[in-house]
Structures are given as C-alpha cells and as structure tokens.
Design a protein around this ligand. Structure first.
Ligand SMILES: Nc1nc2c(ncn2[C@@H]2O[C@H](COP(=O)(O)OP(=O)(O)O[C@H]3O[C@H](CO)[C@@H](O)[C@H](O)[C@@H]3O)[C@@H](O)[C@H]2O)c(=O)[nH]1
Ligand SMILES: [Mg+2]
Length: 194
C-alpha cells in the first residue's frame, strides 16, 4: 500500500460492535501540489460474492427477496429488496462462498460457477470488494427449499422468474439493487439466455 500521495495515516477505532468502523485521518497530496489533511470513516465488513443463477432451457433466473433494514431507513417502502443470491466471504474463497450461499439461500447445489468481475461496491465508505458470478442451474440441482440460515434469522424468499420479467422489473424500478442490476445487464449484454 506504499504511495507518495498519502502520508501520516492515523486510524481510530469507532466501533467493533459487529463489524469494524474506523476513522482514518491522513494527509493527501492534491493534484495541484498542495498537501491537505482529510478524514474519512471507513467501514470494514469484509468482502462479498453474488451470483446470477440462470436456466437457458426454461428462460428463467433465480433471485431472492428479503428485508433490508438500511433500505427501509432510506425510502424503500416496506424494506423488502429483490436481489441476486449473495453473501459475505467469511473465511471462504469467493467461489466456495457463492456455492455455499447458493445452497443456503436458494436451495440449489451447483458445482460450476464463472466469475465475471470483481468490483468495489461503495468505495467512498466501504472496504468491500465483491466478486460477481454467473452459474446455470437445473431443477435436479434443487436439494432444499433454501431460505437462509435460521440460526442467523435469515428469512429469504426464493423467486424463480422468467428472465424477460426480471428485465421488465429492472426497467420499471422494481428491481433496484445495484448488484442485481449489474448481473442482469451482464446477462443481457452477453446474451446468456439466448
Ligand atoms: N447481529 C447482527 N447480525 C448481522 C449484522 N450484519 C449482518 N448480520 C448477519 O450476517 C448475515 C450475513 O448474511 P450473508 O448472506 O453472508 O450476507 P449478505 O448480507 O447477504 O451480504 C451480501 O449483501 C450485502 C449487501 O447488503 C453485501 O454487502 C455483501 O457483499 C453480500 O453481497 C445476516 O443474515 C445477518 O444474520 C449485524 O449488524 N448484527
Ligand atoms: Mg445473503
């Protein structure tokens, strides 16, 4: 992480109640040649992985629906959000994580996934990098009803819907989760279901 445009980095722990929130003070060399002192709050909750599950033969995809408190606090009606299956890496590598999350959240035991990109999800505040995958599924891969871990009070509805309907929901604004929009558009651009 060595660089010549930042120096005197000081980190103060603000909360480690669940994940880690630090206040970082640092000196930053502006492009005009002047040093300025800046402060940023940086939230570290690890990295994540998400997957678009698709079935070309049925022309369907699998999404989830769950309550997301931060969205409830910011203009999302009843707080339910339609999302691709996704989870936090914990100690897994991204591929192992997304295979585990797929079974936990939507009940499919998949073997093959393809990483399509890695991206920072909210770079002004989160350290999080997310690994985006696609994976095809068939009905015979269904091993449970999914729903998430009851030990963690996850309460996830599994949605299997036509890809065309998901695109309509994206265009109407009903799908408004950025990770989901990205993967649906990836599928569209790369003609995954054609
Ligand atoms: N008690 C408690 N539990 C928490 C807290 N935050 C998260 N959890 C628990 O941690 C679980 C995390 O579930 P995952 O499926 O691993 O993570 P995710 O929340 O779906 O993460 C995905 O979506 C995030 C977007 O909100 C992404 O940030 C992340 O990378 C990933 O894509 C939650 O179900 C919940 O039980 C908290 O502040 N307190
Ligand atoms: Mg999840």
């Amino acid at each position: 992480m060595a660089s010549n445009h930042i120096k005197n980095i000081k980190s103060k722990l603000l909360s480690d109640n669940y994940y880690i929130l630090n206040r970082i003070n640092f000196d930053y060399l502006m492009s005009n040649g002047k040093w300025v002192t800046q402060m940023r709050e940086v939230y570290n909750r690890g990295d994540g992985a998400g997957i678009l599950l698709y079935n070309k033969q049925k022309q369907t995809i699998i999404l989830t629906k769950q309550f997301r408190m931060p969205t409830y606090m910011n203009d999302n009606g009843d707080g339910y959000l339609i999302e691709v299956c996704a989870g936090m890496l914990d100690k897994d590598d991204p591929e192992a994580c997304i295979i585990r999350e797929t079974e936990e959240e939507v009940g499919y035991r998949i073997k093959e996934v393809k990483k399509v990109f890695e991206a920072y999800t909210s770079p002004g505040v989160l350290t999080e990098k997310m690994y985006f995958f696609i994976g095809s599924y068939t009905d015979d891969m269904k091993v449970s009803k999914g729903g998430g871990l009851s030990s963690e009070h996850e309460d996830i509805e599994v949605l299997e819907l036509p890809f065309s309907e998901a695109l309509n929901m994206l265009n109407s604004g009903e799908i408004n989760d950025v990770r989901t929009i990205i993967l649906l558009q990836y599928a569209q651009i790369h003609k995954l279901l054609e």
